[in-house]
Ligand binder design. Structure first.
Ligand SMILES: [Zn+2]
Length: 216
């Protein structure tokens, strides 16, 4: 395959980008000055080289924000509410919630959602890693602060609802076996301030604040 087709193919795999837009990206780059295209290539390499995946919440961040190895600034911030964990699908969702200023707890990024007919959710999202996290955070022998609440903040789309069900059922199952129902953190979902079909990433701060306030 020639480099032009290969680049089109790569762009077409970007989130929200189809083959036609991918072709337009390539045409756009072909028309740019060499210096600008070189800068784009350099920046892509630089961002990738400086990106770290947080070993706790699994969001990506640039550099070592906290000074602690592989822990992002949110996870390392002792002032945040360590008793509340919010589960989101993607980094962009986390950023929208952060921007709303309505939430001060911790996060876990699933890395996507599970399509409705998918039989292997573990391959689509970090379900196993999440369950290990929850087990540790609710284990009275190892956790410094025990988890009181787990908030499922997923898009109100069919895939989002499906993922929320899978995650809730899996968490309930492991908690029933470890801490028992009475000591388990409550599991809440965002209220319907977020209308059906809504995507968290595009929700404004006011909507996120309302959805958080109306969680149940
Ligand atoms: Zn983190």
């Amino acid at each position: 395959m020639d480099s032009l087709r290969r680049l089109e193919e790569i762009f077409a795999h970007f989130p929200g980008i189809g083959p036609r837009q991918a072709r337009r990206f390539v045409h756009y780059l072909q028309g740019r000055p060499t210096t600008q295209v070189s800068e784009i290539a350099r920046l892509i390499n630089e961002v990738k080289a400086n990106t770290t995946e947080c070993s706790q919440c699994h969001r990506y961040f640039i550099g070592k924000e906290s000074g602690q190895k592989n822990i992002c600034a949110i996870c390392a911030n002792a002032d945040r509410d360590q008793t509340t964990l919010m589960i989101v699908a993607r980094d962009s969702d986390l950023e929208s919630v952060e921007k709303s200023g309505a939430y001060k707890g911790l996060y876990f990024v699933l890395g996507g959602t599970v399509p409705i007919l998918d039989k292997e959710p573990e391959k689509k999202v970090r379900l196993r890693t999440l369950l290990e996290y929850v087990s540790k955070a609710t284990d009275i022998n190892t956790a410094c602060v025990s988890l009181n609440e787990i908030i499922l903040s997923l898009n109100t789309t069919p895939d989002g609802d499906h993922t929320a069900n899978i995650v809730r059922d899996a968490i309930k199952k492991i908690l029933a076996n470890s801490v028992g129902d009475s000591n388990a953190p409550k599991i809440t979902i965002l209220g319907r301030g977020l209308s059906t079909g809504a995507e968290l990433e595009y929700a404004d701060g006011e909507t996120i604040r309302n959805a958080l306030g109306n969680r149940k």
